[in-house]
Design a protein around this ligand. Structure first.
Ligand code: SF4
Length: 405
């Protein structure tokens, strides 16, 4: 299964079938077995990739943790069993139920800790806030260290200053974190280009998908990080929009991929994995069906063809009006920074495209009340004129106020 000819549709579904047919439960003392017993069948393990200059190899598929993990322990067991050892959480996810769920699992299966590459994040960026949130994450996740700690959702390189660096060095020397980095939902290209020059950032998680990877600036930014030894994790790789846009190209894509033996969603993962600069894809996998489908895609070696890429490009162009590219340095200054346009577009994406209703509403509710109250009174026409995606910003902000407010 190493090339296009090598992985037939039959073989691909054989992978998925094998994943589904295996026993889901396994004894606690074998929870993270890395090697098969002599003579036993080879366990299914997804590929690993080097994470920048850290010297660590991470699973190419990461378990995104925006769901109630306290009631989903079986999923963690199965993820480990298939080699999905990169686990992503944050202090802000699901009111703490994401981190607590991981802590619950590690309390029961402490021997699995060394197998897991645990990522958590802070939405406070000052030294005091970082220390406070890190202490809370360690306590909730029932561990002594976080492998990779992110300043979460930052959109300005100014937040990666001397204070943050000194804090990171201290936390590393105390053994509380191994690596430091940031996550970015907007202005990702500028963040990556700035980080590549800093010399102390170990990793970054950015929105990255078949749409964004077409941009020359994004390719340059990813390449700069790769050269600087920064490990990169891609998130939101399905390239979903704030709203659905009817597209004939989508139907064509889906039919083509089904004939080739994989789904449209799996093709979008493949597009990102085919970029060797990306170490891991962080994917929300809140149920066994999505986990199995993504693991099957990670195991399948079928490459996308140039025709596949062409169709994906056509689809990206046809549906660009529903997709916010996160370039908030363009639209937000045009309205005097009166509203977090990029964030609102993202919350609509959670709501409309991912079905994450509660998460979308919680995020929207975190916008300061004085900003929310003025959202309907702002003139967005200047921002709309500048938006490269031609998004109907005013219309969508009104929609967000109605559905998420
Ligand atoms: S609304 Fe348009 S300009 Fe603003 S971040 Fe989204 S794509 Fe960029």
């Amino acid at each position: 299964m190493s090339d296009n000819k090598g992985c037939s549709r039959r073989n691909f579904f054989k992978i998925a079938g094998a994943l589904g047919a295996g026993p889901i439960l396994f004894p606690a003392n074998q929870a993270a077995e890395a090697q098969p017993e002599p003579g036993s069948p080879t366990p299914v393990r997804i590929p690993v990739r080097a994470f920048g200059r850290t010297g660590v190899k991470v699973s190419c598929l990461g378990l995104g943790g925006i769901f109630d993990i306290t009631t989903n322990q079986l999923l963690l067991k199965q993820a480990l069993r298939w080699g999905v050892t990169y686990w992503d959480t944050a202090e802000s996810y699901v009111g703490g139920k994401s981190e607590r769920g991981i802590g619950q699992f590690l309390k029961k299966y402490p021997q699995t800790r060394k197998e897991i590459f645990l990522v958590s994040k802070s939405t406070r960026y000052d030294p005091e806030g970082l220390s406070q949130y890190l202490a809370q994450s360690l306590q909730r996740t029932n561990t002594n260290y976080i492998d990779l700690y992110f300043l979460h959702g930052i959109n300005s390189p100014s937040l990666l200053g001397k204070e943050a660096r000194a804090w990171a060095e201290r936390a590393k020397s105390q053994g509380k974190i191994k690596f430091i980095g940031f996550s970015a939902h907007s202005n990702m290209e500028d963040m990556l280009l700035a980080a590549s020059k800093l010399g102390w950032i170990d990793g970054a998680m950015i929105r990255y998908d078949f749409r964004l990877m077409r941009s020359e600036k994004m390719r340059r930014a990813v390449d700069a990080c790769s050269k600087a030894g920064i490990g990169l994790t891609a998130m939101k790789t399905q390239g979903k929009g704030s709203v659905a846009v009817d597209s004939e190209a989508e139907l064509e894509l889906a039919s083509r991929f089904v004939k080739r033996g994989f789904t449209d969603a799996q093709a979008r993962l493949k597009a990102v994995w085919e970029d060797p600069n990306i170490a891991s894809i962080c994917s929300q996998m809140a149920n066994m069906t999505i986990l199995m489908s993504n693991v099957a895609a990670a195991l399948d070696r079928t490459k996308l063809t140039s025709e596949d890429r062409k169709l994906m490009d056509a689809f990206a162009l046809e549906t660009s009006g529903g997709y916010c590219a996160g370039c908030t340095s363009i639209c937000e200054p045009a309205i005097g920074q009166a509203a977090p346009v990029g964030d609102i577009m993202r919350f609509l994406m959670y709501y409309n495209s991912y079905g994450e209703v509660e998460h979308a509403r919680n995020c929207f509710a975190a916008i300061p009340i004085e900003v929310r109250e003025k959202l309907e009174t702002i003139d967005y026409s200047g921002a709309e004129r500048l938006c490269p995606q031609k998004i109907k910003i005013a219309e969508l902000v009104m929609r967000a106020v109605k559905t998420l407010g």
